[in-house]
Write a new protein. Structure first.
Length: 259
Protein backbone atom coordinates (compact mmCIF):
# COMPACT_ATOMS: atom_id res chain seq x y z
CA UNK A 1 0.00 0.00 0.00
CA UNK A 2 1.70 3.27 -1.01
CA UNK A 3 0.59 6.27 0.99
CA UNK A 4 2.04 9.69 1.80
CA UNK A 5 2.19 9.58 5.61
CA UNK A 6 0.54 12.40 7.58
CA UNK A 7 2.42 13.77 10.54
CA UNK A 8 -0.69 15.42 11.99
CA UNK A 9 -2.27 11.96 12.37
CA UNK A 10 0.81 10.49 14.05
CA UNK A 11 1.44 8.23 11.07
CA UNK A 12 4.56 6.15 11.69
CA UNK A 13 3.98 2.85 9.94
CA UNK A 14 5.65 -0.33 11.15
CA UNK A 15 7.99 -1.73 8.54
CA UNK A 16 10.09 -4.33 10.35
CA UNK A 17 8.68 -7.83 9.68
CA UNK A 18 10.33 -9.39 12.76
CA UNK A 19 8.90 -6.70 15.04
CA UNK A 20 5.44 -7.01 13.46
CA UNK A 21 5.57 -10.77 14.09
CA UNK A 22 6.63 -10.18 17.69
CA UNK A 23 3.66 -7.85 18.25
CA UNK A 24 1.18 -10.29 16.72
CA UNK A 25 2.62 -13.06 18.91
CA UNK A 26 2.20 -10.88 22.00
CA UNK A 27 -1.45 -10.31 21.06
CA UNK A 28 -1.82 -14.08 20.48
CA UNK A 29 -5.28 -14.09 18.85
CA UNK A 30 -7.38 -17.12 19.75
CA UNK A 31 -10.42 -18.56 17.95
CA UNK A 32 -13.54 -16.62 18.86
CA UNK A 33 -11.67 -13.51 20.02
CA UNK A 34 -13.32 -10.24 19.05
CA UNK A 35 -10.36 -8.11 17.94
CA UNK A 36 -10.56 -4.36 17.37
CA UNK A 37 -7.56 -2.48 15.98
CA UNK A 38 -7.16 1.26 16.48
CA UNK A 39 -5.35 3.07 13.65
CA UNK A 40 -4.63 0.24 11.17
CA UNK A 41 -2.85 2.67 8.84
CA UNK A 42 -1.48 0.83 5.83
CA UNK A 43 -2.23 -2.51 7.47
CA UNK A 44 1.17 -3.52 8.93
CA UNK A 45 -0.45 -5.36 11.84
CA UNK A 46 -3.87 -5.74 10.21
CA UNK A 47 -2.57 -8.06 7.48
CA UNK A 48 -0.90 -10.68 9.73
CA UNK A 49 -3.80 -10.48 12.19
CA UNK A 50 -6.28 -11.17 9.39
CA UNK A 51 -4.13 -13.96 7.97
CA UNK A 52 -4.24 -15.66 11.37
CA UNK A 53 -7.59 -14.61 12.68
CA UNK A 54 -9.81 -13.99 9.60
CA UNK A 55 -12.08 -11.48 11.38
CA UNK A 56 -11.25 -8.00 12.60
CA UNK A 57 -12.77 -4.57 13.19
CA UNK A 58 -10.52 -1.58 12.51
CA UNK A 59 -11.03 2.09 13.39
CA UNK A 60 -9.24 4.53 11.08
CA UNK A 61 -9.64 8.30 10.80
CA UNK A 62 -7.70 8.92 7.56
CA UNK A 63 -10.11 8.72 4.63
CA UNK A 64 -7.26 8.03 2.20
CA UNK A 65 -6.64 4.71 3.93
CA UNK A 66 -10.20 3.39 3.81
CA UNK A 67 -10.08 2.17 0.21
CA UNK A 68 -6.73 0.38 0.54
CA UNK A 69 -7.96 -1.27 3.74
CA UNK A 70 -11.13 -2.41 1.99
CA UNK A 71 -8.92 -3.88 -0.76
CA UNK A 72 -6.80 -5.66 1.86
CA UNK A 73 -9.86 -7.35 3.35
CA UNK A 74 -11.00 -8.42 -0.14
CA UNK A 75 -7.53 -9.67 -1.12
CA UNK A 76 -7.38 -11.90 1.95
CA UNK A 77 -11.04 -12.93 1.68
CA UNK A 78 -11.35 -12.02 5.33
CA UNK A 79 -14.08 -10.45 7.42
CA UNK A 80 -12.73 -6.91 7.83
CA UNK A 81 -15.13 -4.38 9.27
CA UNK A 82 -13.88 -0.82 8.81
CA UNK A 83 -15.08 2.01 11.05
CA UNK A 84 -14.13 5.32 9.46
CA UNK A 85 -14.09 7.60 12.52
CA UNK A 86 -12.10 9.38 15.17
CA UNK A 87 -11.52 6.64 17.74
CA UNK A 88 -12.31 9.07 20.55
CA UNK A 89 -15.92 9.19 19.32
CA UNK A 90 -16.31 5.43 18.95
CA UNK A 91 -18.56 3.69 21.45
CA UNK A 92 -16.57 0.55 22.33
CA UNK A 93 -19.47 -0.70 24.40
CA UNK A 94 -21.68 -0.75 21.29
CA UNK A 95 -18.91 -2.51 19.34
CA UNK A 96 -18.86 -5.20 22.00
CA UNK A 97 -22.58 -5.94 21.72
CA UNK A 98 -22.00 -9.66 21.20
CA UNK A 99 -18.85 -10.30 23.24
CA UNK A 100 -16.02 -8.49 25.04
CA UNK A 101 -13.38 -6.95 22.81
CA UNK A 102 -9.60 -7.14 22.68
CA UNK A 103 -8.22 -3.74 21.71
CA UNK A 104 -4.92 -3.53 19.83
CA UNK A 105 -3.03 -0.82 18.00
CA UNK A 106 0.06 1.13 17.22
CA UNK A 107 -1.50 4.31 18.56
CA UNK A 108 -1.18 7.83 17.14
CA UNK A 109 1.18 9.20 19.81
CA UNK A 110 -0.31 12.70 19.83
CA UNK A 111 -3.58 11.37 21.30
CA UNK A 112 -2.40 8.28 23.14
CA UNK A 113 -3.43 9.46 26.63
CA UNK A 114 -6.95 10.50 25.52
CA UNK A 115 -7.32 7.07 23.88
CA UNK A 116 -6.30 5.35 27.14
CA UNK A 117 -8.82 7.40 29.14
CA UNK A 118 -11.50 6.72 26.52
CA UNK A 119 -10.83 2.99 26.86
CA UNK A 120 -11.16 3.26 30.67
CA UNK A 121 -14.70 4.58 30.15
CA UNK A 122 -15.56 1.29 28.40
CA UNK A 123 -13.49 -1.07 30.51
CA UNK A 124 -16.41 -3.33 31.40
CA UNK A 125 -16.50 -4.64 27.81
CA UNK A 126 -12.74 -4.83 27.24
CA UNK A 127 -10.94 -8.12 27.78
CA UNK A 128 -7.45 -6.75 27.28
CA UNK A 129 -5.43 -4.17 25.34
CA UNK A 130 -2.11 -4.33 23.52
CA UNK A 131 -0.83 -0.93 22.53
CA UNK A 132 2.32 0.54 21.10
CA UNK A 133 3.09 3.95 22.53
CA UNK A 134 6.05 6.19 23.18
CA UNK A 135 8.30 4.32 25.62
CA UNK A 136 8.26 7.34 27.90
CA UNK A 137 4.46 7.03 28.17
CA UNK A 138 4.66 3.29 28.87
CA UNK A 139 7.19 4.05 31.63
CA UNK A 140 4.70 6.49 33.18
CA UNK A 141 1.82 4.03 32.84
CA UNK A 142 3.72 1.32 34.71
CA UNK A 143 5.62 3.47 37.25
CA UNK A 144 5.57 2.62 40.96
CA UNK A 145 5.20 5.13 43.84
CA UNK A 146 8.48 6.92 44.50
CA UNK A 147 9.49 6.91 40.84
CA UNK A 148 10.05 10.27 39.20
CA UNK A 149 7.54 9.43 36.47
CA UNK A 150 4.79 8.11 38.79
CA UNK A 151 1.82 10.41 38.21
CA UNK A 152 -1.84 10.77 37.35
CA UNK A 153 -1.60 8.40 34.37
CA UNK A 154 0.05 5.67 36.52
CA UNK A 155 -2.56 5.91 39.27
CA UNK A 156 -5.62 6.19 37.01
CA UNK A 157 -4.56 3.19 34.90
CA UNK A 158 -3.22 0.95 37.65
CA UNK A 159 -6.41 1.38 39.68
CA UNK A 160 -8.34 -0.20 36.83
CA UNK A 161 -5.82 -2.41 34.98
CA UNK A 162 -2.76 -4.58 35.39
CA UNK A 163 -0.11 -2.76 33.35
CA UNK A 164 2.65 -4.93 31.85
CA UNK A 165 5.33 -3.35 29.65
CA UNK A 166 6.34 -6.04 27.12
CA UNK A 167 9.23 -4.82 24.94
CA UNK A 168 10.94 -1.79 23.46
CA UNK A 169 10.60 -0.90 19.76
CA UNK A 170 13.39 1.23 18.27
CA UNK A 171 12.69 4.05 15.76
CA UNK A 172 14.25 2.04 12.91
CA UNK A 173 11.23 -0.32 12.90
CA UNK A 174 9.00 2.43 11.45
CA UNK A 175 8.61 4.47 8.25
CA UNK A 176 9.13 7.34 8.81
CA UNK A 177 11.06 6.72 12.04
CA UNK A 178 9.70 8.62 15.07
CA UNK A 179 12.15 10.70 17.12
CA UNK A 180 11.64 8.60 20.25
CA UNK A 181 11.75 4.98 21.37
CA UNK A 182 8.46 3.14 21.46
CA UNK A 183 7.24 0.22 23.57
CA UNK A 184 4.43 -2.32 23.57
CA UNK A 185 2.32 -2.60 26.69
CA UNK A 186 -0.40 -5.01 27.82
CA UNK A 187 -3.35 -3.77 29.89
CA UNK A 188 -5.66 -6.25 31.59
CA UNK A 189 -8.73 -4.93 33.43
CA UNK A 190 -8.62 -5.71 37.14
CA UNK A 191 -11.60 -7.23 38.86
CA UNK A 192 -13.44 -4.21 40.41
CA UNK A 193 -13.90 -6.17 43.66
CA UNK A 194 -10.11 -6.56 43.91
CA UNK A 195 -9.66 -2.77 43.67
CA UNK A 196 -12.65 -1.83 45.83
CA UNK A 197 -13.11 1.57 44.22
CA UNK A 198 -16.64 2.73 45.07
CA UNK A 199 -16.29 6.45 44.30
CA UNK A 200 -14.74 6.64 40.82
CA UNK A 201 -15.62 10.33 40.23
CA UNK A 202 -14.22 11.35 43.62
CA UNK A 203 -11.12 9.24 42.93
CA UNK A 204 -10.54 11.06 39.65
CA UNK A 205 -10.88 14.41 41.42
CA UNK A 206 -8.49 13.45 44.25
CA UNK A 207 -5.82 12.10 41.88
CA UNK A 208 -6.06 15.11 39.57
CA UNK A 209 -5.71 17.55 42.47
CA UNK A 210 -2.89 15.58 44.12
CA UNK A 211 -0.72 15.65 41.00
CA UNK A 212 -1.68 19.13 39.80
CA UNK A 213 1.14 20.51 41.95
CA UNK A 214 3.66 17.72 42.31
CA UNK A 215 5.98 19.62 44.62
CA UNK A 216 3.28 20.41 47.16
CA UNK A 217 2.34 18.24 50.12
CA UNK A 218 -0.99 16.41 50.04
CA UNK A 219 -2.27 18.85 52.68
CA UNK A 220 -1.82 21.75 50.24
CA UNK A 221 -2.50 20.03 46.93
CA UNK A 222 -5.77 18.56 48.25
CA UNK A 223 -6.90 21.65 50.17
CA UNK A 224 -9.89 22.19 47.87
CA UNK A 225 -10.93 18.53 48.10
CA UNK A 226 -10.53 17.54 51.75
CA UNK A 227 -9.08 18.48 55.15
CA UNK A 228 -5.77 17.23 56.62
CA UNK A 229 -7.84 15.37 59.23
CA UNK A 230 -9.65 13.44 56.49
CA UNK A 231 -6.28 12.50 54.98
CA UNK A 232 -5.01 11.31 58.36
CA UNK A 233 -8.21 9.39 59.04
CA UNK A 234 -7.30 6.85 56.32
CA UNK A 235 -3.76 6.46 57.66
CA UNK A 236 -2.06 8.79 55.17
CA UNK A 237 0.47 11.49 55.99
CA UNK A 238 -0.81 14.98 54.97
CA UNK A 239 2.84 16.06 54.80
CA UNK A 240 3.66 13.48 52.09
CA UNK A 241 3.84 14.28 48.38
CA UNK A 242 1.55 12.78 45.76
CA UNK A 243 4.33 10.79 44.12
CA UNK A 244 4.90 8.50 47.13
CA UNK A 245 1.24 7.59 47.71
CA UNK A 246 0.16 4.10 46.61
CA UNK A 247 -2.81 3.52 44.30
CA UNK A 248 -4.64 1.69 47.12
CA UNK A 249 -4.24 4.76 49.37
CA UNK A 250 -5.83 7.05 46.78
CA UNK A 251 -8.67 4.54 46.49
CA UNK A 252 -9.12 4.46 50.29
CA UNK A 253 -9.16 8.25 50.53
CA UNK A 254 -11.71 8.65 47.72
CA UNK A 255 -13.93 5.98 49.25
CA UNK A 256 -13.75 7.64 52.68
CA UNK A 257 -14.60 11.06 51.24
CA UNK A 258 -17.71 9.68 49.56
CA UNK A 259 -19.68 11.10 46.68
N1 LIG B 1 -1.08 0.39 12.57
C1 LIG B 1 -0.27 1.05 11.58
C2 LIG B 1 1.17 0.59 11.67
O1 LIG B 1 1.54 0.07 12.74
O2 LIG B 1 1.89 0.72 10.71
C3 LIG B 1 -0.36 2.57 11.71
C4 LIG B 1 0.01 3.16 13.04
S1 LIG B 1 0.15 4.92 13.06
C5 LIG B 1 1.25 5.12 14.44
C6 LIG B 1 -1.38 5.51 13.76
C7 LIG B 1 -2.63 5.34 12.91
O3 LIG B 1 -3.73 5.92 13.61
C8 LIG B 1 -2.58 6.04 11.56
O4 LIG B 1 -3.05 5.18 10.57
C9 LIG B 1 -3.52 7.24 11.70
O5 LIG B 1 -4.14 7.64 10.50
C10 LIG B 1 -4.53 6.70 12.71
N2 LIG B 1 -5.20 7.76 13.48
C11 LIG B 1 -4.72 8.96 13.87
N3 LIG B 1 -5.61 9.63 14.59
C12 LIG B 1 -6.71 8.82 14.69
C13 LIG B 1 -7.98 8.95 15.32
N4 LIG B 1 -8.31 10.04 16.01
N5 LIG B 1 -8.86 7.93 15.20
C14 LIG B 1 -8.55 6.80 14.51
N6 LIG B 1 -7.36 6.62 13.90
C15 LIG B 1 -6.45 7.62 13.99
Amino acid sequence: MSHQTKKSLGQHFLSDPAMIEKIVRAIDPRPGDRLVEIGPGAGAITRPLLQRHRALTVIEFDRDLIEPLTALGAELGAELSIVHADVLTVDFTALAATSPIRLVGNLPYNISSPILFHALEHLAVIRDMHFMLQKEVVDRMAAAPGSKVYGRLSVMLQARCRVTPLFKVPPGCFRPPPKVDSAVVRLEPRDPSEVGLVQPRRFEQVVRAAFSQRRKTLRNALSTVCTPEQIEAVGMDPGARAEVVAVSEYVALANALGA
